[in-house]
Design a protein around this ligand. Structure first.
Ligand SMILES: [Zn+2]
Length: 212
């Protein structure tokens, strides 16, 4: 069975056709629509999947934000704007006519990492640091999604009550401090204005220099 895999992020939308041997056959990337309205996202998804029409038997989606019963809600408005209660699964099922499954992207990544581990591992926590901070939990061999879709979502846990304001509206979340955006915002002196990626590269070079 071939799968149409879709990734919905704050800056880009990606789709790939995966064959039954789990190999990527074809892929396409489009920018996330700047207006971030439900209509714009629906049209962008339509363009994204158009090249793969009739080639897959099911759709699997990993998305930023909270996914609950197939409905997407942006937790951090900086990532997906004002999207609230977007019917993600219904929209893709309508556009493709195929069965569709959607989970939060960090939860999906946690599951992918778990599947790559030796069989005796049954419990695992996964943390990802990119534009935001996300996470996923595997317990007794099962991915926890949580009643509200929030299981493992460590990014909006309080880290410092006096910390910087987070995109979600609260103060001092892990994401406001330790995300790519947060790291870049705190950079001072020679690092001022650099992206988290550039700071990380310099950090790695410093480690290498110390070891040499
Ligand atoms: Zn937050």
């Amino acid at each position: 069975m071939s799968t149409l895999a879709i990734d919905i992020g704050g800056t880009k939308l990606a789709a790939a056709l995966i064959d039954p041997r789990q190999q990527i056959i074809d892929r396409q990337i489009l920018p996330t629509p700047a207006s971030r309205t439900p209509e714009a996202l629906r049209e962008a998804l339509r363009s994204l999947i158009a090249p793969f029409a009739g080639q897959a038997q099911r759709v699997a989606v990993a998305s930023t934000g909270i996914i609950r019963h197939g409905i997407l809600t942006a937790l951090n408005p900086d990532n997906l704007g004002g999207l609230a209660q977007f019917p993600l699964v219904d929209t893709l099922a309508q556009l493709t006519g195929l069965p569709c499954l959607a989970v939060n992207d960090a939860q999906a990544a946690a599951w992918a990492e778990y599947r790559a581990l030796p069989g005796e591992v049954r419990d695992m926590a996964f943390i990802t640091v990119s534009t935001g901070v996300g996470g996923g939990i595997i317990s007794h061999g099962k991915l926890l999604t949580g009643r509200q879709g929030m299981a493992g979502h460590i990014g909006h846990t309080l880290a410092d009550p006096h910390g910087p304001l987070c995109g979600c509206g609260r103060r001092g979340c892990v994401e406001a401090i330790a995300s790519g955006r947060g790291i870049s915002a705190q950079a001072v002196d020679a690092l001022h204005g650099m992206t988290a990626k550039e700071i990380y590269v310099l950090h790695q070079q410093g480690i290498r220099r110390r070891r040499a």
